[in-house]
Design a protein around this ligand. Structure first.
Ligand code: FES
Length: 137
């Protein structure tokens, strides 16, 4: 096993999981709904050169943030327009409200998400996450 393969394995053990999303297919401000990643439906946003992944479920009335849009660096819920800051998931118009934010990164051209430790052992949906293969080009 080479060094890169070792790093790949360690990366996976730390809770990072690949999504099916190819980074190059996203344009600035694109919002995509992914379902489910270890039980979480999430919203992915291309924000500059960074992927941002928030829980899809709006805390107000369950609207799908993955069907929302980005305005001024905030993800807007399509139902009643609550706004969530991309850097921390905080709600900018209702103090104290927020959505879960997951660490995300681009690795070998795909978007990866880091799951909280208590979710790492959860089942993955093989219909939305590709077979675990080495994603290197
Ligand atoms: S459900 Fe999101 S603002 Fe109402």
């Amino acid at each position: 096993m080479g060094l890169e393969a070792t790093n790949h394995t360690l990366h996976h053990r730390e809770g990072w999981r690949p999504t099916s999303v190819v980074w190059a297919n996203l344009k600035e401000g694109d919002v995509t709904r992914l379902e489910p990643v270890a039980g979480w439906t999430v919203a992915l946003v291309r924000h500059g050169d960074q992927p941002v992944i928030l829980s899809d479920r709006c805390p107000h009335a369950g609207g799908s943030l993955g069907r929302g849009w980005v305005e001024d660096g905030e993800l807007v819920c399509p139902l009643h327009r609550w706004r969530f800051r991309l850097p921390d998931g905080g709600c900018s118009n209702i103090p104290g409200e927020r959505v879960e934010r997951f660490n995300a990164q681009v690795r070998a051209g795909r978007v990866w998400v880091r799951l909280p430790p208590d979710l790492e052992a959860g089942p993955l949906d093989s219909t939305t996450l590709p077979e675990e293969t080495d994603p290197r080009p």
